[in-house]
Design a protein around this ligand. Structure first.
Ligand code: NAD
Length: 487
């Protein structure tokens, strides 16, 4: 059997290569984080599967590149239409596979998947241009040429959503694609591959290889036939991929982890602040952008903490398919144990665990209670390491200089949140923060025209608008002299 049935549709568990399904000799087991249900056996990609996928993508590249943005855009818009028509199916598949809230997948995430494809397809047609500029009468013409095969490696916390931030611009730029989704969440990538076929995307333009990072992922990133590596995942994996990319000098784009601050200023609207702070538990804390370090001005710390507690206590933990649920399970036992390790060590070290602090015993399985650690010792791992679970730390500060030092005091620089009632004061703070994205009095607002990425160890490069095309395409400048023309 090479299929899994979810929500009335059959999902193929084999790789998608050159428009066909391809099985590897080995498989691995996929289970649902919701209740541990066995979902199926997934093809465990090896270098043979990767070779086949890269060969297919290379063979398809010249014709796809030659189509041009407009014709590619028609096919990609058809793909976006199909995603929109299948939002419910995609949402059900993703929730079963990664345990994130069905209501979020239905309302926000899957419609955004369609938007990701549509946005970059249309951007390539309408917005990708550079003003011609003159140098002593010579004109400089900048263009974005397709570069070849883009290898895309993605994580499990928002599988299809994050993959299409890459697939959209790569295909719109005229590259062909080999996607290696995270081993714990292969299913939406497979169904999406079927949609690319139905949309009429030519065989070989989009390929998927399943399997482990150390096998399929390593073979893909080391491949000499690829022209780009776009990776979203953890810092340790990025370091391995960077070594592999160095051998072939393959350009990389890295979207990595974070340990972002959520700063509550003394002048903040404290109801808004509490609401934003509670949002940091979204997706059971498995969000790279989460402001997991709540930094509160001392003068309002007690009032804020009461409001925060009230809102956090109202969060409902349970089955992510239930519309009433706010916090679902963690992705996998391995990840659950890692989170528990952080909290157990914090407890053993005598940190003040204000609420949560362990598994939800009533629900069992992979459900970890939303947890708050108050005033951990500076330098302790709950303040410096990315836990990637529903574990927040709260600290107080008294001066701007102090909070800026605290906010910038990790190796990460992905995001920051500032809650303030004073625009001038808020700007003084944001000007000094090191982060790829800063949200002021809001969280998670993302426009695809805007740059997105991390500073310091949180990443290399930026996605969004022209930044995405600058990466996936070969950017070319053609300088034309006023002399020598025969007309
Ligand atoms: P991970 O690094 O373990 O795995 C990510 C992907 O890399 C998976 O597909 C995995 O199979 C693959 N991989 C693993 N080893 C590999 C290797 N040697 N060669 C090639 N590929 C390999 O990360 P994860 O646990 O899946 O995801 C969580 C991490 O992702 C967190 O650090 C989180 O912050 C980060 N993340 C970042 C963003 C962002 O936009 N900055 C978004 C989501 C998640």
């Amino acid at each position: 059997m090479h299929t899994i049935e979810v929500a009335g549709v059959e999902i193929d568990t084999r790789h998608y290569v050159n428009g066909q399904r391809l099985a590897s000799p080995e498989t691995y087991t996929n289970t649902s984080p919701i209740d541990g249900t066995f979902l199926g056996e997934i093809s465990r990609g090896d270098s043979d599967a990767v070779d086949a996928a890269v060969a297919a993508a290379r063979a398809a590249f010249p014709a796809w590149a030659a189509l041009g943005p407009k014709k590619r855009g028609e096919l990609l818009n058809k793909l976006a239409d199909l995603v929109e028509e299948n939002v419910e199916t995609l949402a059900n598949i993703e929730t079963l596979d990664n345990g994130a809230l069905l209501r979020s997948h239905l309302r926000g995430v899957m419609p955004r998947v369609a938007m990701n494809i549509r946005f970059f397809a249309d951007y390539a047609i309408n917005d990708l241009h550079h003003d011609v500029f003159e140098t002593r009468g010579h004109t400089n013409n900048v263009s974005w040429d397709p570069s070849g095969v883009a290898a895309l490696i993605t994580p499990w916390n928002a599988p299809l959503m994050l993959a299409t931030w890459k697939i959209g611009p790569a295909l719109a730029a005229g590259d062909t694609v080999v996607l290696k989704p995270a081993e714990w969440t292969p299913l939406t990538a497979s169904y999406f591959a079927d949609l690319t076929k139905r949309a009429g995307i030519p065989d070989g333009v989009f390929n998927v290889v399943f399997g482990y990072g150390s096998e399929a992922g390593a073979a893909l990133t080391a491949h000499t036939g690829i022209s780009r590596i776009s990776f979203t995942g953890s810092v340790p994996t990025a370091k391995i991929i960077a070594h592999s990319a160095a051998d072939n000098l393959t350009p990389v784009s890295f979207e990595l982890g974070g340990k972002s601050p959520c700063i509550i200023m003394a002048d903040a609207d404290l109801d808004l602040a509490a609401e934003i702070a509670v949002e940091q538990y979204d997706n059971a804390g498995q969000v790279c952008l989460s402001g997991t370090r709540i930094l509160v001005h001392e003068s309002i710390a007690d009032v804020f903490a009461d409001k925060f507690r009230e809102k956090a206590a109202a969060l409902v933990q349970g089955d992510p398919r239930d519309p009433a649920t706010d916090i679902g399970p963690q992705i996998h036992q391995v990840h659950f144990d890692r989170i528990k390790g952080f909290v157990d060590r914090a407890t053993a070290e005598g940190h003040d665990i204000v609420w949560g602090g362990g598994p939800n015993e009533e629900l069992g399985g992979l459900y970890f209670r939303p947890t708050l650690v108050k005033n951990p010792t500076p330098g302790s791992e709950v303040l410096t390491s990315e836990i990637f679970g529903p574990v927040l730390a709260m600290q107080t500060f008294t001066t701007d200089d102090e909070v800026i030092a605290m906010a910038n005091g990790t190796e990460f620089g992905l995001a920051a949140v500032v809650v303030s009632g004073d625009r001038v004061h808020a700007k003084r703070i944001t000007d000094q923060l090191v982060a790829g994205t800063i949200w002021v009095n809001c969280f998670f607002v993302r426009d695809l025209r805007a740059p997105f990425g991390g500073s310091k160890k949180s990443g290399i490069g930026r996605d969004g608008g022209t930044w995405s095309f600058d990466f996936y395409a070969d950017v070319k400048n053609t300088v034309i002299s006023p002399n020598g023309w025969k007309e």
